[in-house]
Design a protein around this ligand. Sequence first.
Ligand code: HAM
Length: 418
Amino acid sequence: MIQLIRGFKDILPGEVELWQKIENTARTLFEDFGFSEIRIPIMEKTELFSRSIGEETDIVQKEMYTFPDRKGDLVTLRPEATASIVRSYIQHKMYAGDPVRKLYVIGPMFRRERPQKGRYRQFYQIDVEILGVASPLIDVQLIFMLVKLFSLLRVKNTLPHINSLGCPDCRPGFKADLAVFLSDRIDKLCKDCVRRSTKNPLRVLDCKVPACQEAIAGAPSILDKLCTPCRDDFETVKTMLEQMDIEFVVNPRLVRGLDYYNRTTFEIQTGDLGAQNAVAGGGRYDGLVQTLGGPDHPATGFAIGFDRLVEVSGFRPQDLIRSPDLYIATLGEKSQSIAFKWHCEMSLKGIRSEMGFQKRSLKSQMKRAGKLGVDYVLIVGDEELNEGAVLIRNMKTKEQSKVVINEVVDHINNLMRR
Ligand code: HAM
């Protein structure tokens, strides 16, 4: 038997109802905040991701599904949505007229990470981006929207972590200080961090290996090195979050795994997911539009790990599953064709009916109706039809009554609306 690929999964009926609930709640909320959906391809030129996410990041170094297409051009299954959205913003000159664009994407992403609980190779993101606004208030709005979405989905035990990663004026100084600090402790760092300590020292700060965390206990904080504009910007974010009663922690070790960020970055972390504790992450990436060949427009955004949100939502799929309203039991060929027409008509009126298409005894059809958990069974027999009526049975009270055949659909419709 051919099984699915490791790290990939099916989302089955019975689970998918929760995914739909989350998706619908997110769409409604984002659209109320003025966002529009954009649909972007699942595959892009590899260069788009390596240039935006960064050559030295784990994603680009070891996690992308990259392969030559039949002509030999390197293509990649998207590991995230931000780069594609920026490409699209530039390619379609979405900034012409009004530079402000508020966009969202919901869909699958691909990273070849080691699968574990909360970490998949095909996972889903709910991604939100605002292009063309420099004000830190918009970062606050994104965090506000995230917190609001999580509360609508009954997620508990989450907290936004925020940090500033500075800008090209102040970050290089911090990077240099950090590299010196790390070089004194190089023998205590894991293999990955030894490489990172020269190429991308910031990433050492959020390494999950306990020995690395111990080794960098006294590392300098980027927040002490911010230039005045970056510091003012971050102060505004903090003050506004407080004014909006949004709880948060400042976490100077939060550096994120993608290189395009500057200034405010954030993650929503939860205590309910074990090691994969980030349910959402994002931040400002003011230089990316220009890096990818567009105008010098600022941008900011976040992505929610949809699979992780499903895990921590207070809704359970079983509360959302819609079971059939009615079962139609038929006894004879004539009754089956008449019942079939009713079955289709009822669907158009929003009544979910099920019927059997094989010849089965009334007893076995009633058994199936019981398993489906319907409230009513319509019993359609050839004999009854000859008399111009069918039977409707209330499965809870066990009461049966007759309904004349040309009133069946209306009668059931009224019954359902009660
Ligand atoms: P990211 O932190 O790489 O950011 O991913 C965002 C979220 O996607 C994570 O917090 C996590 O919940 C989820 N996620 C990531 N990898 C996996 C995985 N292998 N399995 C399950 N869930 C996963 C970005 O992708 C940025 N593009 C976010 C952003 C948008 N920044 C600005 N705009």
